[in-house]
Write a protein that binds this ligand. Structure first.
Ligand SMILES: Cc1cc2nc3c(=O)[nH]c(=O)nc-3n(C[C@H](O)[C@H](O)[C@H](O)COP(=O)(O)OP(=O)(O)OC[C@H]3O[C@@H](n4cnc5c(N)ncnc54)[C@H](O)[C@@H]3O)c2cc1C
Length: 396
């Protein structure tokens, strides 16, 4: 068995794991990232994920402080306006940015985010990757935590579990969690269209679930957007199944988006994701902290899932700075508990808000429709409330 030593062992090398590795390496920690997938770091296509992430202004500020935003911004399309439309009750809300010189958010392809992070990490001498390394056991010795994965033994002072919704670390340590199964899937389609999107993001509340249209960067001088539609699995499976003719899919999309973006000209990619949400009972164990989807996952209705993960990375970074300044020792109980105190409430609040938003907008009984109509027009006519919601969405 090959043995490795490091300060921090990050389990999972996707968005959360990579950003954490990058931020920790900047502070001089020795980091090992173990990732179960086989990834070729020199390949142009590191991930098959065709999703986009809506990055809030607050997240952008953190990425800026870490020195990576200047690289990501080349691939980021600003959101200047958000229109919320409930077709059932015929009510709208328009959000524009209450603050000058900043946007409501930015749309970036996940593949671009990952490519930028990998490229920057590859320049660091204190980060090593172990691919095809699926963590299957953990044990403790003195002040070390030892991870075992595929004939490898990794000794560390701290394990950061960034291994996603189905976290292996969580299963191994028996950390409890609360879950919500939505019996829905998200259809994610990237497509080219006739009319410019004018940097407007749309959120339509439809009977079966919300549909978001997000402005993407132009591709070869053509207008491009992403559609994320939460719907019953039967519909999503039908549209994303390979057997369906492109013309039929275009027809379905045109019915939803024609007014805003004109005709669909080409479909670039279609993927689907089962939707569920969870929050761990706590975000730490002995010498372990949970970050990103390993700690919490939420309904994508507000595009906030990774923004929350990014806030975890921000908290980890601030604690790593404190550990450098000898305020805490890396991986000790005090360190891990402080992390939990910094992140838990924020995550719990968003877990509940997104769950309730999805619930209320799917209700189509008369009394709920009436309440939604009143609520939406109240918000739309009150600048102070609108600005507060915009600040919340921007994460500032
Ligand atoms: C349809 C949809 C749209 C979304 N849109 C947005 C949005 O607009 N804005 C936003 O902020 N968020 C959005 N999200 C949420 C966002 O995609 C996730 O929060 C984010 O991708 C989570 O990243 P992660 O790195 O924490 O976890 P993951 O991406 O799940 O990565 C976990 C990694 O760990 C690895 N791994 C798993 N088990 C092991 C093991 N045993 N050993 C080693 N490695 C392991 C996996 O291979 C994987 O690489 C969306 C989600 C969905 C479903």
């Amino acid at each position: 068995m090959k043995e490795f030593n490091c300060d921090i062992h990050i389990v999972g090398g996707a968005l959360t794991g990579l950003l954490t590795a990058y931020s920790a390496s900047k502070l001089g920690y020795n980091v090992i990232v173990s990732e179960k997938k086989k990834i070729n770091l020199n390949s142009k296509k590191i991930t098959t994920d065709t999703r986009t992430t809506a990055i809030s202004e607050g997240s952008k500020n953190f990425l800026e402080s870490q020195g990576v935003w200047k690289l990501i911004k080349n691939f980021a399309e600003p959101i200047k306006q958000i229109k919320v439309i409930d077709k059932e009750v015929k009510a709208n809300i328009d959000f524009i940015n209450p603050k000058a010189k900043s946007n409501l958010g930015y749309i970036v392809k996940n593949s671009k985010l990952i490519n930028v992070l990998v490229k920057e990490i590859k320049k660091k001498r204190n980060v090593s990757f172990l691919f095809e390394s699926s963590l299957h056991d953990l044990s403790y010795q003195n002040s070390k935590i030892i991870g075992f994965s595929n004939e490898k033994k990794i000794n560390a002072k701290l394990v950061i579990a960034a291994d996603g919704k189905k976290s292996a670390v969580r299963k191994l340590l028996g950390t409890n969690l609360f879950t919500k199964n939505y019996s829905e899937k998200a259809l994610v389609v990237n497509f080219l269209h006739e009319k410019p999107h004018n940097n407007i993001a749309y959120e339509f509340f439809l009977k079966n679930g919300p549909l978001a249209l997000l402005p993407m960067q132009r591709e070869k001088n053509m207008n491009q957007s992403a559609l994320i539609w939460s719907n019953i699995p039967k519909v999503v499976d039908l549209i994303s199944s390979k057997g369906l003719q492109t013309e039929y899919i275009e027809e379905v999309l045109n019915e939803k988006i024609f007014k805003q973006l004109g005709n669909v000209l080409r479909i670039n990619s279609i993927q689907s994701f089962p939707l569920s949400a969870h929050i761990n009972e706590k975000f730490y164990e002995d010498r372990v902290i949970y970050a990103g989807d390993a700690a919490h996952s939420i309904h994508p209705i507000a595009g906030q899932g990774w923004n929350l993960g990014l806030r975890d990375v921000k908290s980890i970074t601030s604690l790593l700075i404190k550990a450098k300044n000898k305020k805490y020792s890396l991986g000790t109980k005090g360190f891990c508990k402080e992390y939990n105190a910094l992140c838990y409430y924020d995550a719990y609040r968003l877990f509940e808000i997104t769950d309730k938003l999805n619930w209320i907008f799917k209700k189509d009984q008369k009394q709920y429709k009436f309440l939604k109509k009143i609520g939406l027009s109240l918000i739309n006519n009150n600048r102070a409330i609108k600005n507060k919601i915009a600040d919340f969405a921007m994460g500032i």
